[in-house]
Design a protein around this ligand. Structure first.
Ligand SMILES: NC(=O)c1ccc[n+]([C@@H]2O[C@H](COP(=O)([O-])OP(=O)(O)OC[C@H]3O[C@@H](n4cnc5c(N)ncnc54)[C@H](O)[C@@H]3O)[C@@H](O)[C@H]2O)c1
Length: 359
């Protein structure tokens, strides 16, 4: 007999080619009249189109986006919102840009309308992350959940293959960790499996042909599902390690995800065999860890921490930070476990076959 808890979250999603044109109506729908547009220089061309559509609803632009949402950056963005007398935050960009909007909303309660242009999935979640004193802290708060999300695959065709691959691996990580999360339930597992299938169709094809709108639509749909799963369940060891590698050692989030995911999947498999079987089924493979490693390699995403510039002498510290304080994981974790996992990840080793792990 089934027994589960599922927290449905509010939020409106507008998905499809050309949905950016609906931005002005969606701003009106939220009852807002002064939108601060938050974007980064690479996404500025998209933001320019949005600003044109907004007309006199446009109140100001903030573009000083830095990786991992540093506290002082959020303070500067809040200042920009106050000067613009904004009543709505419109984020246009990847997870870093969305993260600024969310961090601003945490204090002000200002509504966020998100237009995501990567596959990070942050737009679907009430999770925020802010970096201060060299550590990234994350939390959940209903105030940061965007009220409306516009997904337009046309806005992602400029995403370089390198970001497409890594960011796609980040979305896959949300699905995989949702399948073995503490709050795992039949609804998020359905969403996660379907998310993996859409990403496996969309990401490799988008890397090969960045302008293929069908592929971009699949990838974005998968990222949306992945974010929806992440929104209602907690993540585990994989995400903990990635936040340490990003917040303390400065690695880009998508890159860290691409490298760590196959190893985290292999590590957790003995404690969550059904979850990894479902992941493998959705990946169209027998072994999820190997399939994830091969997928990362095939889409040109990084598979080694060394290639990302991580220093071997920092692995001990990264392992300590990832395991202390301990966070929930299907398989209990020691500092030594994380250190061994990081060693494989540093050297870019293909995860061991299951038989070798068991022996
Ligand atoms: N809170 C959550 O639920 C959640 C979920 C996932 C990720 N995150 C956070 O999001 C961040 C990572 O997000 P990300 O991987 O999207 O990285 P990002 O936002 O830094 O974007 C990656 C790169 O892609 C570029 N880019 C984005 N859109 C583009 C476009 N349309 N054309 C060309 N270039 C474009 C950006 O300029 C950037 O250089 C991390 O801080 C991570 O912790 C949060």
């Amino acid at each position: 007999m089934r027994s589960f808890t599922f927290d449905a979250l509010p939020g409106r999603v507008v998905f499809g080619r050309g949905s950016l044109e609906r931005l002005p109506d969606e701003v009106d729908r939220l009852g807002a009249s002064r939108a601060l547009v938050i974007t980064d220089p690479q996404t500025k061309p998209v933001a320019d189109r949005a600003v044109e559509g907004l007309g006199d609803r446009f109140a100001g632009l903030f573009m000083d986006i830095e990786l991992h949402v540093p506290e002082e950056g959020v303070r500067a963005a809040r200042g920009a919102a106050a000067r613009a007398r904004a009543d709505l935050l419109v984020t246009i960009g990847g997870g870093s840009t969305t993260g600024y909007g969310k961090a601003m909303a945490l204090e002000s309660g200002m509504p966020v309308l998100a237009v995501p242009t990567t596959y990070a999935g942050s737009e679907m979640t009430p999770i925020y992350g802010i970096t201060s004193d060299g550590r990234k802290r994350t939390g959940r708060d209903a105030r940061v959940l965007p009220r409306t999300v516009l997904y337009d695959p046309e806005l992602t065709t400029s995403l370089p293959p390198s970001v497409t691959g890594s960011s796609g691996m980040n979305a896959l990580a949300h699905c995989v960790e949702a399948l073995y999360a503490k709050e795992e339930n039949p609804i998020t597992s359905l969403i996660a499996e379907e998310g993996i299938r859409a990403l496996v169709r969309g990401i490799p094809a988008s890397v090969q042909a960045p302008s293929d709108l069908e592929a971009r639509s699949d990838a974005q749909y998968g990222a949306y599902l992945a974010g929806s799963a992440l929104a209602v369940v907690g993540m585990a060891l994989h995400h903990r390690i990635c936040h340490v590698l990003g917040g303390t050692f400065g690695l880009a989030h998508g890159d860290a995800n691409a490298v760590i995911l196959p190893h985290a999947a292999r590590f957790n498999e003995p404690a969550a065999p059904d979850a990894l079987r479902r992941a493998a089924r959705a990946l169209g493979a027998k072994d999820a860890a190997l399939a994830l490693f091969d997928l990362a390699r095939s889409v040109g995403a990084p598979t080694s921490l060394a290639a990302l510039g991580m220093r071997e002498r920092d692995l001990d510290r990264a392992a300590e930070l990832s395991a202390d304080p301990p966070s929930w994981n299907p398989r209990p974790v020691t500092v030594g476990d994380v250190r061994a996992l990081l060693d494989d990840a540093f050297h870019g080793r293909r995860p061991m076959a299951r038989a070798q792990v068991a022996s």
